[in-house]
Design a protein around this ligand. Structure first.
Ligand code: URA
Length: 209
């Protein structure tokens, strides 16, 4: 699979295994997700462009590197994407945050947007779309389609777990958008859950079940 980046750092894999356990408490699950998303953020931002600036140290002036361009935008796909946010913001505290909410129309089964709030001047920014679970890929593809209308400088999609079906859907719609994930699981079940997966990420993050 081209343009799919598997983040197989041992700490990421270890924490993901602990999160999959059905007896992990809400607190444990959330804490692990927080730690894991910081580790993933570090990998995902590895190629951010840099520029040289002049810095005065206490001893002399030097040329040093700083991240180039406008502030990065993290776009959370509601609601589980919010569980990914804090860990990312620990690594890139200056990032702006956008939110997009989509639900699946029961008749057409197509994603329908119910919320969309983004920072200003998106055309000059790099966007990282975050959602822990890439399941059918329909919401992810719809979110990316919508964000592309704002003509950002770049777009990446980051999830914790991906199903092969979700990767195929997102890549078919947006082959130019790199996907970062900590694991690619076996398949989706008939209800659209990832197998073996970790259950409903939103419920596990927010303790709603
Ligand atoms: N969303 C989830 O939270 N879990 C899945 O397995 C699939 C989609």
């Amino acid at each position: 699979m081209s343009n799919v980046h598997l983040i197989n750092h041992p700490l990421v894999q270890h924490k993901l295994t602990l999160m999959r356990r059905k007896d992990a408490s809400t607190n444990t699950f959330r804490t692990l997700l927080n730690e894991l998303s910081s580790l993933m953020a570090y990998e995902v931002t590895r190629d951010m462009p840099l520029q040289d600036i002049e810095v005065e140290t206490p001893l002399e002036t030097m040329t040093s590197k700083i991240i180039d361009g406008k502030k990065l935008v993290l776009v959370s796909i509601l609601r589980a994407g919010n569980g990914f946010l804090d860990g990312f913001l620990n690594v890139v505290p200056g990032a702006r945050v956008g939110h997009i909410g989509l639900y699946r129309d029961p008749n057409t089964l197509q994603p329908v947007e119910y919320y969309f709030k983004m920072p200003q001047e998106m055309a000059e920014r790099d966007i990282i779309v975050i959602d822990p679970m890439l399941a059918t890929g329909n919401s992810a593809a719809a979110a990316v389609t919508r964000l592309k209308q704002l003509q950002p400088r770049s777009l990446k999609f980051v999830c914790l777990l991906a199903a092969p079906e979700g990767i195929a859907t997102l890549q078919k719609a947006h082959p130019d958008v790199p996907i970062f994930t900590a694991a690619i699981d076996r398949e989706l079940n008939e209800h659209g859950y990832i197998l073996p997966g970790l259950g409903d990420a939103g419920d596990r993050i927010f303790g709603t079940k």
